[in-house]
Ligand binder design. Structure first.
Ligand SMILES: Cc1ncc(COP(=O)(O)O)c(C=O)c1O
Length: 460
């Protein structure tokens, strides 16, 4: 019989202790953090599933690469290795390093967008949306309708609704749509993949209207692995070949190397357009740094150069996708409502369905995050009414399109027993869900309010 157990495809060479707290301590910590888990010190967290961004463990090869890092201000060989590694996977002519993904977004949108423009995407992530809105343009989400049916599986829920894209461009005219984006995998939509068939269709619409297509590439390798597993004619291709095909259809990309770059910091912006690249580099020098380091240390560039190759290893990707699904399957089979099928980097609990007695304007996702912390010291993040911060024409707060709780799994950090513990904690909270109360906002910032918002508990 073939052995079925999926093991972590690495040994642990260096360990980092994690600290247990008592329930009483956690209650006090939660109150001091105003029920916002972003405001809790990481030393008070046992299992941190806040984000998969920059939280991964580097390999021995990456640590060795750090020592090769050359810290020359201009023309560092670390940049050469970084650029070659990016080009070997992504294939774009210009590679502009940035300190993380949002810096690439800011440079891109402030170069190509003007007030009144509209940028369609399958779903914009929060920083993408904020950077587009910051330059006075609109960030428009066009997911396929199936993406809203959380409990119904679909192989490519991250796909864009191509009919809506066509209608949008025809209604607005090409002059108001400076670019179209596709986020792979679709983080805000549940970590769900986009199929190559969909990318090709979107590209055809863009080409017809002469509009550039950009990929938000943060989790490109996970998306490539899903394509290999689920899309016809791709099972014999390597993740690298699939990634090359994805990017061959695009005119540029933004990337946070903190995800599928397997690095703790870094990002980049790519384009094939010489004029645009020049304008972007000029802006880069103003705010990030010289074009051969872009806000990163030479050692970071080297770590990313290695990470981009390691992330495409099939053994790694298999373990990554299967171990994330393990968490989802073990809570779903006890009735916990999750976005189905499990995403690549995270499990998304449908907090509205988990806590139907808490109205969206009392932030069920935030309340559930607070409860998982209280129960077991686990940190997660709301993707819902708090994060989307929607208002009606009178400026009054309205509910977000969804209220999800994301449990993002850092890369190569936790073992199966950590995940078994997380399952146990979630199921305990599930059993006592009816006693959980909603929250009321006591402070919010004008942008990206979820990072610093404060709450008080609603009375029973
Ligand atoms: C899909 C997506 N795009 C962009 C970003 C922004 O990247 P960064 O956090 O490196 O600025 C993120 C980060 O979580 C993301 O998930």
């Amino acid at each position: 019989m073939p052995i079925k157990t999926i093991i972590e495809p690495f040994r642990i060479k260096s360990i980092e202790p994690i600290r247990r707290t008592t329930r009483d301590e956690r209650q006090q910590i939660l109150e001091a953090a105003h029920y916002n888990v972003f405001l809790i010190d990481s030393r008070d967290i046992l299992i941190d599933l806040l984000t998969d961004s920059g939280t991964g463990a580097m390999s021995t090869e990456q640590w060795a690469a750090l020592m090769r890092g050359d810290e020359s201000y201009a023309g560092s060989p670390s940049f050469g290795r970084f650029r070659d590694s990016v080009q070997s996977v992504f294939g774009f002519k210009h590679v502009i390093p940035t300190h993380q993904g949002r810096a690439a977004e800011r440079i891109l949108f402030s170069t190509v967008c003007k007030p009144g423009d509209v940028v369609p995407n399958n779903s914009h992530f929060d920083t993408t949306r904020a950077n587009i809105e910051f330059v006075g343009a609109e960030a428009l989400d066009l997911p396929i309708p199936e993406a809203a049916e959380f409990s119904r599986p679909h192989p490519f829920k991250g796909n864009m609704d191509v009919t809506k894209l066509k209608d949008t461009i025809e209604r607005l005219g090409k002059s108001r749509v400076p670019l179209v984006m596709l986020t792979v995998t679709n983080n805000a939509g549940g970590g769900q993949p986009v199929s190559l068939a969909n990318i090709r269709e979107v590209k055809a619409v863009c080409k017809h209207h002469d509009i550039p297509l950009y990929i938000d590439a943060c989790r490109f390798a996970e998306n490539a692995y899903f394509i290999k597993q689920r899309e016809e004619n791709y099972s014999n291709k390597t993740p690298r070949e699939i990634a090359r095909e994805i990017f061959s259809l695009a005119d540029g990309c933004t990337m946070s190397a903190k995800k599928d770059g397997l690095a703790n910091i870094g990002g980049f912006l790519c384009t094939n357009n010489d004029v645009l690249a020049q304008q972007e580099r000029d802006l880069l020098i103003l705010t990030e740094g010289f074009p051969t380091y872009g806000g990163l240390a030479g050692r970071d560039l080297d770590a990313i150069a290695v990470g981009l190759n390691e992330v495409l290893d099939e053994d790694y990707l298999h373990y990554r996708i299967v171990s994330t699904a393990y968490l989802g399957e073990h809570i779903a089979r006890e009735g916990v409502p999750i976005v189905q099928p499990p995403g690549g980097h995270a499990i998304y609990i449908d907090a509205r369905a988990f806590l139907p007695h808490i109205p969206p304007l009392e932030f069920p996702g935030v309340a559930l995050a607070a409860e998982l912390y209280l129960e077991g010291g686990i940190r997660s993040v709301e993707i819902g009414t708090l994060m989307f911060a929607k208002r009606d024409e009178n400026g009054l707060e309205v509910e977000g399109p969804m209220d999800l709780l994301r449990l993002a799994v850092p890369r190569r950090v936790y073992t199966q027993s950590h995940i078994d513990y997380v399952v146990e904690v979630i199921l305990e909270v599930w059993r006592r869900r009816e006693s959980i109360r909603g929250l009321a906002l006591t402070y919010q910032a004008p942008f990206l309010r979820h990072f610093t918002a404060r709450f008080k508990r609603k009375h029973a």
